[in-house]
Structures are given as structure tokens and as C-alpha cells.
Ligand binder design. Structure first.
Ligand SMILES: NC(=O)c1ccc[n+]([C@@H]2O[C@H](COP(=O)([O-])OP(=O)(O)OC[C@H]3O[C@@H](n4cnc5c(N)ncnc54)[C@H](OP(=O)(O)O)[C@@H]3O)[C@@H](O)[C@H]2O)c1
Length: 333
């Protein structure tokens, strides 16, 4: 009998992590190790078999990725062939505070480097997630082939419909401290190992993470607002793509299973939109009658700057379905 491939998922209680655990557990080729900062409740642990006994692969599942030595020891003891890091510090506004930023830098910036070192030592592949917030919101506007100048007025422009956004090779220029901390993580990984997949995503939504203080995703917040209020004001800016956690988890598995070339990937659901446009769609599907008013971001000032336009262009993989389809599925669940 073939040996199962060992895969470690870190941040397994998070919004994305829990979907990754589900997707890989369905495939009997994998022995899945679900780790998070806090020990995962052993009764509900994915490491338990159906009869309640510990899986023969059982290992203590608590790990803080900022503790370099502990991470290294735990990984070298288990020797997985794939390590997926879905753990992160995601409090975008809080990270503007100096003390919080130093914490964010450890989790998002330095810890991915520790994981990369541990992965390299045992020849494992490292999968890591990053964000559209590594970009500044001002994408380069492509010129049609043959147009040697940027006048935008020659006849070559008449039928030219460029995809506007940031592809996998676009130059990151973060405008928030959270974005900077995530970019540091990307750089650390690239410096240390060649066997990596860095997957950028934006506006994640899905089932609430398991942590007590887990942040609800945008759609859940807006559903509540629409049920409680007759009028809801929503920012009509920050055009980017939503990413449905179960779709991202499946696509991550596809990349690993099909041994795609290592490097940076962009995985988001298709159909970019602003927050306002997304709420119109949400209320249409959920049949919520509240009136939705588009407003500028200046009506809801927040400490961290966000990119005005941060559509991630995927030039390497088959596209995911539209966020509208994914949203319908999410609301049914
Ligand atoms: N959410 C978004 O809209 C969004 C957008 C773009 C990119 N991303 C990226 O997508 C990935 C997944 O995000 P997510 O929203 O699923 O995250 P999440 O729900 O916040 O989950 C992250 C998990 O990691 C754990 N964790 C935090 N610090 C840790 C540490 N030092 N050691 C071990 N575990 C730790 C958290 O535990 P605690 O809860 O106990 O801290 C939590 O269970 C991240 O890389 C994130 O940056 C997310």
C-alpha cells in the first residue's frame, strides 16, 4: 500500500484554514495535520478518526509560528511533504498602531521565513497566502500592441479592451502597514526557498473562523445591517475581487496535486466590484428590501489606507466562477 502524503495546515481554525482541512481530508491520499496557535479541541479535531480514537498520525496540534525553534522542531519531527500556512495577522486598521505593527511583522513578515527554512531543510513545499494590499491601487494601464506612445487617442485604442489590474509580476507597493508586513513575508519566503507557492487573494468570505473573537466576513455584516435598517450606506470604492474560501481551498489543492510550477499565483473569484456593488448583489439574492446608498470612503474614515483599485489578474490558472455564484452557494449553506 502506498504511504499517505503528509500535509500540515497551519491556521487550521481560520476562515480559510478550516476549508483547507476539509478539502484535503476528503482525499485519502493525504494524512492531514491541522495546526493552529491554540490546541484544537481534541474531540472535534480532524485528527480523530470516526470511532473517536486518535489517528495514528496524531501530533500535538498547537503551534505559534513566531517561535522559530519550536516550529522547526515540530516540522522536522513530522517531515511533511507539504506545509500550508493559512495563519496570519489580519487586523488591517489595528496594524497602523506601532505596537500592533511589530506584532503583525512577526506573524506576517518573519514567521513565513521560519516556515520556509523548516520546509527547505526537509525538502517540503511551502504554500503561503498573501493579499492584494501589497499593491498601491494604481495599476499600469496596458497599451495596445503597436502603440508606441501613451496618448490613448490613436485608433489602436478604439477596440482595445485591456484587463486592468495587477498580474503576478506587477511591482508591489503597499500603502498600509498590514500590506507591508505581508510583503515582507513574501520576500522572506522567496529569499529562502524555491519550492513555494505564494497565493494572493482579496476580500475573503466564507464560514466564520473558529476563534471566539473571529471577525465576521463583509457579507455577514451587511446581511445583519440590511435586516436591521431601512437604509444602508456602503462605500462605492475599492474595486477588487471577492474570494470564496471553499473555492480557494479547492484551487490550492489543484495547484499542489497538478504540481504547477512554483511561484506566485492570484486566486480570486471573477467579476470585480466595489463594496457597494457587492451589497446590491447580496440583497438581490437574499431578497432584502433595505435601500443601499453609495458613499465615498471618506464617510467612514479608517486608520489604514486601502488601494482604490486592486483587481488581481490571474494569468496562470483557469479562472474561478463569479463571486455571485459563490455567494448564492454560501447563502444557501
Ligand atoms: N480575510 C481576508 O479578507 C483576506 C484578504 C486577503 C488575504 N488574506 C490572507 O488569507 C490567509 C487566510 O486568512 P483568514 O482570513 O482565513 O485568516 P483568519 O480567519 O484570521 O485565520 C488565521 C488563523 O491563524 C491563527 N494564527 C494567528 N497567529 C498565529 C500564530 N502566530 N501561530 C499560529 N497560528 C496563528 C489564528 O488564530 P487566532 O484567531 O487564535 O489568532 C487563526 O486561527 C491569510 O494569509 C491572510 O492574510 C485574507
Amino acid at each position: 500500500m502506498n504511504k499517505k502524503e503528509k500535509i500540515v495546515i497551519i491556521g487550521a481554525q481560520g476562515m480559510l484554514g478550516q476549508e483547507l482541512v476539509k478539502v484535503f481530508k476528503r482525499d485519502k491520499e493525504y494524512a492531514v495535520f491541522a495546526w493552529d496557535k491554540k490546541e484544537i479541541d481534541p474531540v472535534r479535531s480532524p485528527l480523530r478518526t470516526r470511532n473517536g480514537k486518535r489517528s495514528k498520525w496524531f501530533t500535538s496540534n498547537g503551534v505559534d509560528i513566531t517561535q522559530e525553534k519550536k516550529v522547526k522542531n515540530k516540522i522536522s519531527k513530522l517531515r511533511p511533504s507539504v506545509i500550508i500556512n493559512a495563519a496570519a495577522y489580519n487586523a488591517v486598521d489595528k496594524a497602523e498602531d506601532a505596537k500592533e505593527y511589530s506584532f503583525a511583522k512577526k506573524v506576517n513578515g518573519l514567521a513565513p521565513g521560519y516556515l520556509a527554512k523548516a520546509a527547505k531543510e526537509i525538502g517540503a513545499v511551502l504554500v503561503h497566502y498573501s493579499t492584494d494590499y501589497v499593491f498601491d491601487g494604481n495599476p499600469d494601464i496596458p497599451e495596445p500592441e503597436g502603440c508606441a506612445h501613451a496618448c490613448s487617442s490613436c485608433n489602436l485604442h478604439e477596440t482595445f479592451q485591456p484587463a486592468i489590474g495587477f498580474d503576478e509580476n506587477a511591482k508591489p507597493r503597499p500603502i498600509s502597514k498590514y500590506g507591508r508586513s505581508k510583503l515582507t513575508g513574501e520576500k522572506e519566503i522567496r529569499k529562502i526557498t524555491k519550492k513555494y507557492y505564494i497565493i494572493r487573494l482579496s476580500k475573503l468570505f466564507g464560514k466564520l473562523a473558529k476563534a471566539k473573537d473571529a471577525k465576521k466576513s463583509f457579507f455577514d455584516v451587511m446581511l445583519e445591517a440590511g435586516k436591521k435598517n431601512k437604509v444602508v450606506k456602503v462605500v462605492d470604492e475599492e474595486t477588487s475581487c471577492f474570494t470564496y474560501a471553499p473555492d480557494l481551498a479547492k484551487k490550492t489543492k489543484e495547484i499542489i496535486d497538478s504540481k504547477k510550477p512554483f511561484g506566485v499565483y492570484h486566486i480570486v473569484n471573477s467579476e470585480p466590484c466595489t463594496w457597494y456593488e457587492a451589497v446590491l448583489e447580496l440583497y438581490k439574492i437574499a431578497k432584502i428590501k433595505a435601500k443601499v446608498i453609495p458613499v465615498s470612503a471618506t464617510e467612514f474614515p479608517r486608520p489604514a489606507k486601502r488601494p482604490y483599485y486592486s483587481v488581481l489578474l490571474n494569468t496562470k490558472l483557469n479562472p474561478l466562477r463569479s463571486y455571485k455564484e459563490a455567494l448564492k452557494e454560501y447563502l444557501k449553506k
